[in-house]
Design a protein around this ligand. Structure first.
Ligand code: NAP
Length: 311
């Protein structure tokens, strides 16, 4: 099979022929149609978290995929050959990722793909969609009558966070560059703030009664502190991009690291099929353009999602 191979950290990916994986007990072989690209893919290619996540070269990167079940292993009875599936495919070891024509996964990683979208759109959902879901629902416990501030609202994760918060019935204040405000209004944001031209905390105070109940930081760095400055008394701050060092004493802070969860992915599928969640794709790349896709995600200014197709 063809795969994008990383031979060493800090090197470009190379498209090579490699062995198709063999399905084992409780596992499913999936023919991958598309693989969503996330900032973590580029970070991993530079050795990020290499002391925490075991890895073995050559590495096939990629944690997001949508595809078709090709074979089911012994006792893997949940899916049938030919069924369309999607998954957040982060395994305990970094070696066999989704930037390849095939992958073998334990069946517990897989969910049925939403029927009303194509493979490119479906492959863009799992990592970013689950991150938003676990941050604002599981960790953030967002309530219907609450206001959420989303920092980094126009990116992959923010795009899902805005829509999930509107599904919940909450008020959404979205922070992004001005050029992305129309995009965010279309997704349902109630108010937009331009972090380049406006003081976010001052604007939030004008829009709310003393601040927001929940701030979700998908940017990190100095922006995490901006999130803390926007909280009302007893407000909660959730970040996916910072561990919260240097925040004011007593800040109710949680860091979230997204976990595979096929039950939550099933719920997201229902929301996509109901038309509640849209999956805006900025650009689809061919496998042999994978390094361009990595360059784009490394800009930190992708709007919506980018995807590599394996068709
Ligand atoms: N902990 C986890 O489990 C987890 C999971 C997923 C992602 N992450 C991390 O979370 C971050 C976001 O991921 P992503 O997939 O959403 O990235 P992305 O698709 O690259 O989006 C980045 C977005 O950030 C916006 N942005 C940049 N600087 C900003 C600022 N100062 N204030 C507000 N918005 C700003 C950009 O908007 P403009 O173009 O409008 O500037 C862009 O839309 C990355 O660092 C990623 O590694 C962590």
């Amino acid at each position: 099979m063809k795969a994008a191979i990383l031979k060493e950290f800090d090197k470009k990916l190379e498209i090579k022929d490699t062995d198709k994986p063999e399905v084992g007990e409780g596992e499913v072989l999936v023919k991958i149609k598309a693989s969503g690209i996330n900032p973590v893919d580029a970070k991993l290619s530079h050795g990020y978290m290499s002391d925490m996540i075991p890895h073995e070269f050559p590495i096939v990167l990629g944690w997001d995929m949508a595809g078709v079940v090709e074979e089911c292993g012994h006792a893997a009875r949940t899916f049938r050959k030919g069924e369309e599936v999607y998954a957040y495919a982060r395994r305990p070891k970094l070696q066999h990722g989704t930037l390849a024509e095939y992958i073998v996964l334990p069946e517990s990683y897989l969910s049925k793909k939403p029927v009303n979208i194509n493979f490119e759109e479906a492959s863009a959902i799992p990592l970013a969609g689950l991150t938003a879901y676990q941050s604002i629902f599981d960790a953030g416990d967002l309530g219907t009558d609450e206001t959420i501030l989303i920092l980094g609202a126009s990116g992959g994760v923010g795009t899902f966070a805005v829509q999930l918060a509107k599904y919940k019935g909450s008020k959404v204040i979205a922070v992004a560059s001005k050029s992305n405000h129309d995009y965010l209004k279309e997704l349902g944001a109630d108010h937009c703030i331009d972090y380049k031209e406006q003081n976010v905390a001052e604007e939030v105070k004008k829009l709310t009664d003393g601040g927001v109940e929940l701030a979700f930081d998908a940017v990190g760095g100095d922006t995490t502190k901006v999130g803390a400055d926007c909280l009302k008394e007893n407000g909660r701050l959730v970040s996916i991009a910072s561990q919260g060092d240097g925040l004011p004493e007593g800040t109710n802070f949680q860091f979230v690291f997204v976990e595979p969860n096929s039950r939550e992915l099933n719920h997201i599928r229902e929301l996509v099929e109901a038309g509640t969640i849209k999956v805006p794709i900025q650009k689809v790349y061919d496998l042999d353009q994978v390094n361009e896709a990595f360059e784009q995600i490394e800009t930190g200014h992708t709007t919506g999602k980018i995807v590599v197709t394996l068709n």
